[in-house]
Design a binder for this molecule. Structure first.
Ligand SMILES: Cc1ncc(COP(=O)(O)O)c(C=O)c1O
Length: 376
């Protein structure tokens, strides 16, 4: 019998993966299903319909069997030509990641910047877009925004920024990875062309597939660009399989982690049982509760308060306390939280409250343990 990799049960209070509900784990353990055929096609399409309800869209949804960043990379690969430029709203580690992706594809980012912990303002987006337009004819056609910046615990004002995209005729790409299922997203109302969700954060599924909703305009742009930069992350390849292989119940270009999708579908059922809007309120209430608790313990909020995320709270820490706090929480209390990323390492801690962990009891236990360590 191999030794367990979990010496003790750890309470995950990190910004993903989140702890799935037992029903989701049970669904994962069902006998393995083939990734083609009529039975599979039905499961797959039902899952996509459920995801459309979370994206609040009538647009086509696909499930990419890979990590979240590959779904963002698929937009880079399919919607922008090498040598062109793209707007990137930049205020954290995950928008830096988008810039890095663009550089691998020979695309120059046009940054619309805000300090870490401060939101991107729609009026700055409009001013930057119009200024670039005035100067060059070959201006960028796409804009990337990280909805919920997991690295700083900040939610950018996506509706206002998406409105600017619509009015300026830009294709909008929204990374909603760490908000999806915990923070409202409205792909149709906001006119998001390409919206990336996630399975194993606030949705409460299992890691292994990434949902993406794609507008007709984005599909049209992909066709026009006709990218030859690879196969799997090429929207035109996906289009081909969606159209040509639907009849054999295989509307995707690769094998699928069928059980992960069945588990995701179960997680979505649980969400609809709870009610989407109630779930968003639960996440918001939990966030405000932990923010207050941390501030009372002398750990001030890192992001601007009115933009603080409902799924991940980032609090400032003394650099000496930071590693001790995380170590003792894990060793003594079995609670895992996260450090800051990049230049915020040692300066902030990040606490995820997503899906099943977005409850007052779960964050109270974490707060009580932090309190004891801070006072000791
Ligand atoms: C906002 C955001 N974007 C992108 C990613 C990358 O996701 P993955 O590690 O699954 O590629 C993450 C991961 O936490 C994230 O929070």
């Amino acid at each position: 019998m191999p030794k367990s990799v979990h010496p003790q049960k750890i309470q995950l209070m990190i910004p993903g993966p989140s702890e799935p509900e037992p029903e989701v784990v049970a669904a994962l353990m069902m006998p393995v299903m083939a990734h083609y055929g009529q039975a599979w096609s039905q499961v797959y399409h039902e899952s996509l319909e459920k995801l459309q309800r979370v994206f609040k869209t009538k647009n086509e949804v696909i499930l990419l069997p890979s990590p979240g960043q590959t779904a963002v990379e698929m937009a880079v690969s399919s919607l922008i030509k090498r040598g062109d430029e793209a707007f990137v709203c930049s205020n954290g580690f995950f928008s830096d990641m988008i810039c890095e992706m663009l550089s691998y594809y020979g695309v120059k980012p046009r940054l619309i910047k805000a300090e870490k912990g401060k939101p991107i303002r729609a009026e700055n987006v409009r001013a930057s877009v119009q200024a670039v337009r005035k100067k060059s004819k070959n201006y960028p056609k796409c804009l990337f925004l990280v909805h919920n910046e997991t690295s700083t615990g900040l939610t950018n004002p996506a509706p206002e920024i998406m409105k600017v995209c619509r009015e300026e005729g830009l294709i909008s790409i929204l990374d909603s990875i760490s908000g999806f299922g915990g923070i409202d997203v409205r792909a149709d109302e906001w006119h998001v062309d390409y919206c990336v969700g996630y399975a194993s954060k606030a949705i409460g599924g299992i890691f292994g597939v990434t949902p993406v909703s794609i507008s007709n305009n984005a599909w049209k742009l992909a066709k026009k660009i006709d990218s030859k930069q690879g196969r799997f992350l090429n929207l035109n390849v996906w289009r081909h399989y969606i159209d040509e292989w639907a009849s054999i119940g295989h509307p995707h270009p690769s094998t699928m982690p069928t059980n992960v999708i069945i588990a995701l579908s179960k997680a979505l059922d649980l969400i609809f049982d709870e009610g989407l809007e109630r779930r968003y309120k639960r996440h918001a209430d939990t966030a405000r509760f932990i923010e207050d608790g941390l501030e009372r313990l002398g750990l001030p909020l890192f992001p601007e308060k009115s933009f603080a995320s409902n799924t991940v709270t980032a609090a400032q820490t003394d650099p000496k306390l930071n590693p001790r706090l995380r170590r003792l929480l894990l060793e003594k209390y079995g609670i895992m939280i996260s450090d800051g990323l990049g230049d915020l390492s040692g300066k902030i801690v990040r606490i995820g409250h997503m899906g099943a962990s977005a409850t007052i009891p779960a964050v109270s236990t974490t707060l009580a343990a932090i309190g004891e360590i801070v006072r000791s």
